[in-house]
Design a protein around this ligand. Structure first.
Ligand SMILES: Nc1ncnc2c1ncn2[C@@H]1O[C@H](COP(=O)(O)OP(=O)(O)OP(=O)(O)O)[C@@H](O)[C@H]1O
Ligand SMILES: [Mg+2]
Length: 376
């Protein structure tokens, strides 16, 4: 029998808040999401009192986990600054000083993971998740051990793009095992919530969930972790760019947007938090006729590369708008895995090689544009 919301609340009522009152009376609890034996909720507390709340969070998590029928519990502490209060001590809520060296600000690497990179876009629907998956597979084909984290909490796409229906196993009650697919270790918030579950996640809670997906998942040894970011450059994305210890970011754009403001916003967001932009991928760059193979440069050609140069970031390559990419992607059969000898897989592998070179300073690094140096 699965635990109910009422049982969770009853367990939480027995836990004292720092002021001695009951946790359920403290007005800090979010909605409690109960899904398939998995429990999630957040506690939004005053930033100045975060330290005294951490043991309460831990007790709450343990108490919920101990309930019959509970497989796993995830309790996130989120700090909210009261108007007029002092700056929060939690890095999640504060922009880093302009000259901060990236990697400070309380960011810890994920043990065993050599490099974490983000795949981001200035706006939604440009093919970011499709690119992220095929890029990850391209990196895999270079002999790297690759993980993928779907940090798009509002619209997780990895369960669909990788046709994953299983739920991750828990290890020792409080750690999750990533799901293995096509040689990638994959974690998505989408594995833990049903599609029908209302998206109650609010901005600050998103970050705690991401932090937990980074740290409470048994990633093992990875050469590289590819993070599929939520679209846009709002607060949630900025916070994420600050909090996840990123080695670099890949910006996906369609040609018509490149000339516009969105991609530029993406680039400047990462620059602002001192994350090197590894380059821009132009997706749906040209139309490749599925029947005759004729290429049509619907949006003109070469604009993206020029724009990338203007932005001072490397150009990683162009991916055509093609039915096969769409069909395969939406069916959970990404082209790099399922048509490894096809023309699209080749393009993604070339992009992957450039990304790797940008990270390691390998052969193609800095060829198309000077490598971004962390600005002091
Ligand atoms: N190169 C391509 N050719 C054809 N279809 C594509 C291509 N890239 C992506 N698509 C399709 O476009 C749609 C949007 O792609 P995707 O979900 O990857 O975008 P996204 O930027 O991650 O979107 P969101 O902002 O919603 O997260 C999907 O149906 C996908 O299959
Ligand atoms: Mg997406």
């Amino acid at each position: 029998m699965a635990a109910t919301k009422e049982q969770v609340l009853a367990a939480l009522a027995k836990i004292p808040a720092p002021d001695g009152g009951s946790l359920t009376q403290a007005k800090v609890l979010s909605d409690i999401v109960v899904s398939d034996g998995k429990i999630f909720f957040s506690m939004t507390v005053d930033a100045a009192a975060v330290k005294s709340w951490e043991p309460v969070r831990k007790r709450a998590e343990d108490a919920v986990r101990a309930l019959t029928g509970v497989q796993s519990a995830m309790v996130a502490l989120t700090a909210e600054r009261k108007a007029g209060a002092a700056a929060p001590t939690r890095p999640a809520a504060a922009a880093p000083p302009r000259h901060a060296q990236h990697g400070q600000q309380g960011q810890q690497g994920v043990p065993g993971v050599d490099a974490i990179i983000a795949v981001a876009s200035g706006k939604g629907g440009v093919g970011k998740s499709t690119t992220a998956v095929n890029l990850a597979l391209g990196l895999r084909d270079l002999g790297l051990k690759v993980g993928m984290l779907d940090s798009d909490i509002y619209g997780p796409s990895l369960p669909k793009l990788l046709a994953i229906k299983d739920k991750p196993e828990t290890i020792g009650g409080n750690r999750l095992k990533p799901i293995e697919r096509y040689g990638l270790s994959v974690m998505s918030i989408g594995f833990l919530i049903d599609e029908e579950t209302p998206m109650i996640w609010r901005g600050p809670m998103v970050m705690s969930a991401i932090t937990q997906m980074l740290r409470d998942v048994e990633w093992g040894k990875l050469d590289i972790m590819v993070v599929d970011m939520p679209p846009g450059t709002g607060d949630a994305q900025l916070t994420m760019a600050q909090q996840v210890p990123l080695k670099g970011a890949v910006i996906v754009s369609t040609p018509q947007d490149l000339a516009l403001i969105d991609a530029r916003r993406g680039v400047s967001m990462f620059k602002r938090v001192n994350v090197p932009v590894l380059g821009v991928v132009e997706n749906m760059s040209y139309f490749l006729c599925p029947s005759c193979g004729t290429r049509s440069d619907i949006f003109g050609h070469g604009g993206a590369q020029k724009e990338a140069e203007r932005l001072g970031v490397p150009f990683l390559g162009e991916v055509p708008l093609h039915m096969t990419i769409r069909e395969k992607s939406d069916a959970g059969l990404p082209v790099v895995a399922t048509e490894p000898d096809g023309p699209h897989a080749k393009i993604y592998r070339e992009i992957a090689a450039k990304v790797r070179d940008q990270l390691t300073g390998g052969p193609s690094a800095g060829r198309s544009a000077p490598k971004i140096v962390i600005e002091a």
